[in-house]
Ligand binder design. Sequence first.
Ligand code: NAD
Ligand code: DAU
Length: 338
Amino acid sequence: MKLFVTGGAGFIGANFVLYWLRHYPEDTVVTFDALTYAGNLENLQEVKNNPCDVFIKGDICDKNAVRSAMDGCDVVVHFAAESHVDRSILDPSPFVRTNIVGTHVLLEVARERKIQRFHHVSTDEVFGSLDLSEKQIFSEQTPYRPRSPYSATKAASDHLVRAYFYTYRLPITITNCSNNYGPFQFPEKLIPLAITNLMEGKKVPIYGDGLYVRDWLYVEDHCRAIDMVLRHGKIGETYCIGGLTEDINNLSIVKKILAYMGKDESYIEFVKDRPGHDRRYAIDWSKIRNELGWEPLHDFDTWLKETIRWYQEHQEWWQRVKSGAYRSYYEQQYGKSL
Ligand code: NAD
Ligand code: DAU
């Protein structure tokens, strides 16, 4: 089988490419990635000399480039996106372009090329925000209520993908997952930012009161879920994917990281809140468990310790990421104080 993986040099995409070539060495993976600030070819070092790994630098909005790169591929797994909520607040334009226009270009070419499966990787943020006092959780039936430019563009892309199934019978599947963490995550997201800041002797910025709740999914569990959906998922269906966390807030997560890394709470710094900050996400992943037999391999604490260990053992990787173009964005977001 020949897979066309968009965004395969980013965090989840790279973990997926490595996962796939480890589990299915007979397959070929074409990674198509524009190498934006979030794309890093070092993430794919392990498969650099593998003849089954093909890398093509290209923009998903460029139809001709997509057309020639997708030639001969059987399956599309679409990760490429602008993915960071804070950046979408500073400038929504690249989010509209890549997440909506780019997804549309991919759908058009997939239709032309008669792709056997178009799998779209999406987010639980399309469902909006839950209250802390509510018992409610997101499921495949939850209406869409996106609240940030990022989640609005992801919601638009989900709608387009579904429209191509109903209108053109393009064989699609969609997964909406919660917050991922693990190796190769760009240190602009909470968990890698906290771990790497602490290794640099810096504080960890906590937005607002820190009582915001996310559901946390280890990236390898996520890759396994996509694998199951590709092999056994029903065409046209959506599957929600989450982790083994029970409403843990950001402050508690950072306190766990401090404890595991032997640091005290003076390393916490409360900073101004994110505008429109979604209070709580929680996800019901019983459909993928009941229908496909998927569940996370370990609990949050086990995977969190594993993640800390990975960043401790790969200091060169994140130091190179943090020293480049990342700096100017970092200062714009947090000022020079941290
Ligand atoms: P990321 O920001 O780490 O990586 C995105 C990748 O897409 C990068 O390699 C980048 O170079 C590439 N890219 C961006 N614009 C492109 C374009 N126009 N053409 C080609 N490539 C382009 O993102 P991630 O965290 O790995 O997320 C992957 C996908 O999963 C996204 O669709 C995101 O919405 C979704 N998702 C992420 C999370 C999470 O917690 N990280 C959770 C739910 C869903
Ligand atoms: O829910 C899935 C989503 O998870 C994905 O769709 C997004 O691509 C991904 O970026 C992530 O979005 P979040 O906004 O939840 O992730 P982030 O790591 O940016 O923030 C997690 C929580 O931590 C959120 O409540 C904001 C808070 N936070 C974040 C940063 C970067 C802080 O308190 N301080 C920080 O410095």
